[in-house]
Design a protein around this ligand. Structure first.
Ligand code: FAD
Ligand code: DLZ
Length: 512
């Protein structure tokens, strides 16, 4: 017999007290279900730190819901009878609770949305799926914005979002400071003598320690270092991390957004994405805090606009693109790249100092900042012609903030140009010169960034030109690449041939 109760399923990235599924239920007549399941931890072999972070945050959140008066059924990974899948756990809970309906906020990933679509029939119960209004642009709104457009550029979307939300808008309807975008001020290379605030680190409590043990036992063969573990796993600590960023780093975020330093993993980045994406922080509260800092004169406009653009613009935009293009987006491969992902992406063992730094810190922290993801690991994979699906699975596994809705468009669209320019107008391809300009990696590298061919040449240089040459049929008519193709054409035949050979030699060695 049905009980008249609601069963509310909360997924691991739905740790928000005001989420639509909880709002749709009455605490006195609902059971909240949260479950750690093997399938979600292994559909790609997530970084150990990512699993530990999420399980610990889930356990803390379950306790906070209980403290707030909710009845919570929490299925831990090692609980007897755990079926290992979300469908299995929901079915077991339906048996136990005999609810009149199941409520679950729409999922972040297409894969889970498909799974959820089958539940009403397979469980024989009414399933309600309210929209996820933690995002500032709903899927329907994005689809309406995209409808009939030829170009889907982020900048156009972002301006509409500024108008809609009022972030950094003056009373006369104009953007604060008179400009929409201050990116031109935001490309300074880092200097070694800058004062870098470290990220706040949180001591694991008993709950986190238990999870660390569990993950070490059950997922010990996954990628990455489990300890030291310092992520916030409660909303209060994640909020402290936000306050720390706004107080100490935001003011320099803009200037040095694209910079890289060998011994500085975080520079002036917020390191908040893992908290934001699982729901411990809310996108609006982060933008509010940043705008307040600007209005109070504590951070300059180029920094605050640049930061808000990442969240209000890029984050919302890539989610819209994901839902617009799924299914099928994950298999796009415009440039026909087929090389398997090099082994060193899993070990960090390479002589290229920039790649070694980005991958080593990924192993250690389950974190790399945007330019490392885009212009180091992403750029190398694209230049080397790595299959974008391999690249996608790597990014989805290795970062604590990775969920397919945000990772996939960044990889397939922005970083690998595998969607043929749907998301970005040209490939983010660069030779060693870019890395040298924006970082200190090249100084300590065994390769010479100034050299294109020969045993000491930085491999990125020959790979860059070879990439353009190899893909000329698909990229040659791109107006934004006109000058680089003209430069290639100005090289002598001998230079071009030596460059092709250098790239081929390097790629052959990579394959062995
Ligand atoms: P900050 O530099 O401090 O930026 C502030 C916030 O803006 C971030 O926390 C994030 O929420 C948002 N943001 C910034 N850039 C983007 C972007 N391009 N797309 C979406 N949101 C953005 N971000 C993820 O959250 N998950 C991913 O799985 C992910 N995969 C990526 C893969 C590639 C190949 C690339 C190029 C980028 C990827 N990004 C991803 C975007 C970006 O690199 C990360 O959001 C950022 O590095 C997180 O660190 P942070 O919190 O210090 O960000
Ligand atoms: C990422 C993840 C992991 C590792 N484990 C779980 C889990 O055990 N239980 C759960 O509910 N969610 C988990 N998640 C998050 C889901 O994968 C996430 O909800 C989907 O990818 C949709 O974004």
């Amino acid at each position: 017999m049905r009980t008249g109760k609601s069963l509310v399923l909360l997924l691991g990235d739905q740790l928000t007290p005001s989420i639509s599924s909880l709002r749709a239920a009455d605490p006195d007549a609902a059971v909240v279900l949260m479950c750690e399941v093997h399938d979600e931890a292994t559909y790609v072999r997530h970084h150990k730190k990512k699993i530990a972070f999420l399980f610990s945050a889930m356990r803390h959140f379950a306790q906070e819901l209980r403290d707030a008066g909710w009845s919570v059924e929490y299925v831990a990974l090692d609980d007897r009878g755990n079926t290992g899948s979300l469908t299995g756990e929901v079915a077991r809970a339906v048996e136990r609770v005999k609810p009149s309906r199941l409520v679950v906020t729409e999922s972040g990933e297409w894969r889970l949305a498909q799974m959820m679509a089958g539940w009403q029939t397979s469980l024989g119960i009414k399933v309600e799926i309210p929209t996820d209004d933690r995002f500032m642009c709903s899927r329907a709104e994005f689809a309406a914005w995209a409808d009939g457009r030829k170009l889907f550029r982020m900048e156009h979307f972002y301006r509409e979002m500024r108008r809609k939300t009022g972030y950094l808008m003056d009373d006369d309807g104009k953007p604060a400071g008179g400009q929409w975008n201050y990116d031109a001020d935001n490309r300074k290379p880092a200097r070694n003598d800058m004062f870098m605030p470290d990220v706040p680190r949180f001591e694991p409590d008993a709950t986190t320690k238990a999870v660390l043990e569990l993950v070490a036992t059950r997922f010990g063969n996954h990628f990455g270092n489990l300890e030291p573990f310092w992520f916030a796993t409660t909303r209060a600590d994640a909020r402290a991390a936000l306050d720390h960023f706004v107080s100490y780093a935001l003011r320099s975020f803009g200037d040095f957004q694209d910079a890289m330093l060998q011994d500085q993993k975080f520079l002036y980045h917020s390191v908040l994405s893992q908290y934001l994406n699982c729901g411990l922080l809310d996108a609006r509260e982060i933008c509010d805090a940043a705008e307040r800092a600007y209005r109070d004169g504590k951070a300059p406009l180029n920094a605050v606009e640049g930061f808000i653009r990442q969240i209000l613009g890029w984050r919302e935009y890539v989610r819209g693109i994901y839902w617009l293009k799924m299914p099928g987006y994950e298999r796009q491969n415009y440039l026909g790249a087929t090389r398997p992902l090099p082994d060193f992406y899993w070990t960090g063992e390479t002589d290229m100092a920039c790649l070694r730094a980005a991958i080593s810190q990924t192993i250690e922290e389950a974190y790399a900042h945007h330019i490392q993801r885009l212009m180091v690991t992403g750029n190398f994979a694209m230049l080397a012609g790595v299959d974008p699906h391999d690249v996608h699975e790597w990014y989805l596994a290795v970062y604590a903030d990775a969920y397919e809705w945000v990772e996939l468009p960044n990889v397939i669209g922005m970083s690998q140009f595998a969607d043929g320019g749907f998301l970005g107008s040209k490939p983010y391809a660069a030779g060693g010169g870019y890395i040298n300009k924006m970082s200190d990696h090249c100084k300590g590298c065994r390769y010479d960034v100034k050299v294109r061919v020969g045993p000491n040449a930085c491999p990125l240089n020959a790979l860059y030109w070879d990439f353009l040459d190899r893909n000329r049929a698909r990229l040659g008519s791109n107006q934004r690449l006109r000058t680089v193709y003209a430069a290639w054409d100005r090289m002598s035949d001998a230079d071009r041939s030596a460059t092709r050979q250098a790239a081929a030699g390097f790629l052959k060695e990579l394959a062995t």
